[in-house]
Design a protein around this ligand. Structure first.
Ligand code: GLC
Length: 625
């Protein structure tokens, strides 16, 4: 410890009382907590007081941890890859849409176990403003569960049930903004306010619009404050001002509260937006990383079992820093969404070609040690077609034309398309748009006129999930995909949802369909069993552990993806045919991998050998070990 840090540390030591493990962590991570905060707020008169409150909250959280949670803290300290193992499989759902309340979710844990889930991400569940509230992303009370879903005690009880069954609980924490009705939003010092349009106009020159269609601009007039308030997202989601140390501490207290409730993972919503800088897009600013390192250090001292996952849907070079260690040697997040892989999966499915995916994945920066991807096919958000000019140019494509093609294709407006989705936030000037729609509807299940088309749609869904499961990382199953739930148009009847078509892919769980999950003659049965096979394949493949390396391989056939993984002397090659017709791959292109008959077991169809070639059936995936 440097002398000035030691002085601060010694002054703070009174918060440590008798708990040796806490004392060790307090010393070990004190610098990582203090340095970024001093860098951000050292000159601020409010800081000393804020820092003292933060330390008190950290100590209270550590002291309040039950024996069981303390054991978990130790266990995860000695098993830092607990989220990154081949056994890990996630499931994402809204509490109310899945089964009404937190109590209702508890009743359905056997269903999740049957599927093979070890990690449950529940969408925003803290006290929210009345609708519209962006699906709960407009919080009025960080210290309480949304009353219609249950109580904090229910949340703890659920976390306990999950733990007993070897499952972890992830919940959303909305860091960037609060609901306009939140008590913090009464205090202008917690907000970014501007008396005139001058500064907002200057910022808007370089600020991208998140919801150009429904919430254009990034500022909203407030009569109460007689000022423009910063609102990156909807007009009722007011951005917090992280230049104020009191804001940091208030949010840290909210985080620690969730740790006390027994939550295992926090999904840090919209993390890139926390710091604003004139002349930039106000995302990924260096201060964002300082904030995250300080939050992380606070949590590592208070409750080291708790992990962070970044929701940072940004370009790869901007994304990887969220997984690393920053300027102050502090760790940031354990997990981050692999948005690029998700976009490339859908792109390859539409075009039937894998060149763009292969070359873009080859150019991805590696994940820093100790961190991992979340791999996914669908989530509650739209798909933003983040294909850059550089990525497209590498395979001789035009990024703009390809993005337009994808928006048309998945809106169901391209000749021969199988998809039935919708445009989200279309930009009439460029013809580009993001895409809404459920996995099954985008993959052709909704449009399927006959059994053959239905079979192809099922195969497409399983192919995308196979790549997400094999890539390495923690794969997420988005609720309903395991049963092929289609787009749900009912949101159009609800006035506070009707203008946001992301609700089409946030259906209510269909328990009648779930009841058919073990009937192999049904769509539900085929999908559910297909996903169960993927879970089992992951479990028995050590090469999938996140610490392995993933390496795309050119198969010599532009319609067949090749993905290799190596870890601890084991290797895996996954081949995937992205077209509805049979595709040959020459054996010599496979770097010595020997395609045996077992390679077809996960997909469930036999392997076809033809002289020097392996022939993949429509949308077939092979797991070669
Ligand atoms: C995240 C969420 C999205 C929400 C936004 C604002 O991007 O995934 O659904 O609209 O944050 O909270």
């Amino acid at each position: 410890m440097r002398a000035e840090v030691r002085a601060d540390y010694e002054a703070a030591l009174h918060v440590v009382s008798g708990d040796d493990a806490f004392a060790v962590r307090f010393e070990r991570f004190f610098t990582e907590l203090r340095d970024p905060l001093v860098g951000l707020y050292g000159e601020d008169a409010r800081f000393a007081d804020a820092f003292a409150r933060l330390l008190k909250a950290i100590a209270a959280t550590a002291q309040g941890r039950s024996r069981e949670l303390r054991m978990l803290d130790h266990e995860r300290e000695v098993t830092p890859d607990w989220l990154q193992r081949e056994q890990a499989v996630g499931y994402v759902t809204y509490v109310d849409r899945f089964n009404g309340t937190l109590q209702g979710v508890r009743e359905k844990l056997p269903y999740l176990r049957e599927l093979g889930v070890t990690y449950l991400h529940l969408m925003p569940l803290l006290g929210a403003r009345p609708a519209p509230n962006d699906g709960g992303y407009a919080v009025v009370d960080y210290g309480a569960v949304e009353p219609s879903l249950g109580t904090l005690d229910d949340l703890s009880a659920l976390a306990e049930d999950l733990r007993a069954q070897g499952m972890a609980l992830c919940v959303d924490l909305v860091l960037n903004h609060v609901a306009a009705e939140h008590p913090w939003a009464r205090d202008p010092a917690f907000l970014r306010t501007f008396a005139t349009r001058e500064e907002p106009d200057a910022y808007e020159r370089t600020l991208p619009d998140v919801f150009p269609d429904t919430a254009p601009g990034s500022f909203t007039w407030s009569d109460e404050h007689e000022a423009w308030v910063w609102t990156t997202f909807n007009t009722y989601q007011w951005d917090l001002d992280y230049t104020n140390p009191d804001v940091f501490v208030a949010m840290a207290e909210a985080m620690l509260g969730l740790a006390r409730a027994g939550v295992d993972v926090l999904r840090l919503d919209a993390a890139p937006f926390l710091w604003k800088r004139l002349g930039t897009n106000c995302q990924n600013q260096p201060e964002v990383h300082e904030l995250l390192q300080a939050f992380r250090a606070a949590m590592r001292i208070a409750a080291p079992a708790v992990a962070f996952k970044a929701e940072a849907i940004v370009a790869p070079q901007d994304l990887v820093p969220y997984l690393g260690t920053g300027k102050h040697e502090g760790k940031e997040c354990d997990l981050a969404y692999h948005n690029v892989l998700m976009v490339l999966l859908w792109s390859a499915l539409a075009s039937g070609r894998v060149g763009l995916m292969t070359s873009t994945l080859l150019a991805m920066p590696p994940v820093p040690p100790g961190a991992g991807w979340l791999t996914y096919v669908r989530c509650h958000d739209d798909i933003g077609w983040a294909i850059t000019p550089e990525d497209a140019a590498r395979v001789g494509e035009d990024a703009h034309l390809h993005r337009r093609f994808l928006a048309d294709f998945y809106a169901g407006e391209f000749p021969g398309t199988f998809a039935r989705g919708a445009r989200f936030q279309p930009d009439p000037r460029t013809g580009e748009a993001r895409t809404s729609g459920s996995c099954a509807s985008l993959a052709g299940l909704e449009s399927a006129p006959d059994e053959l088309a239905q079979e192809l749609a099922i195969r497409r869904i399983l192919l995308l999930y196979a790549i997400a499961f094999a890539h390495g990382g923690l794969p997420l199953i988005y609720m309903g995909d395991e049963l092929g739930l289609l787009n749900d148009a009912s949101y159009l009847q609800e006035p506070d949802k009707a203008d946001d078509n992301r609700w089409m892919h946030r259906p209510r769980m269909d328990w009648a369909k779930a009841g058919r999950r073990n009937d192999a003659a049904t769509v539900e049965g085929r999908l559910f069993a297909g996903l169960q096979r993927l879970v089992a394949a992951r479990r028995s493949t050590r090469a999938i552990h996140v610490q392995g390396i993933v390496e795309p391989l050119w198969t010599g056939n532009d319609h067949v993806l090749g993905l290799c993984r190596h870890q601890a002397g084991e290797s895996l090659l996954v081949l995937g045919n992205f077209t509805p017709v049979a595709q040959p791959v020459a054996r010599d292109a496979l770097r010595g991998f020997d395609v045996t008959d077992q390679a077809g077991d996960v997909d469930g169809r036999p392997v076809e050998h033809q002289q020097d070639f392996v022939v993949l059936a429509p949308y077939q995936h092979l797991w070669v070990r």
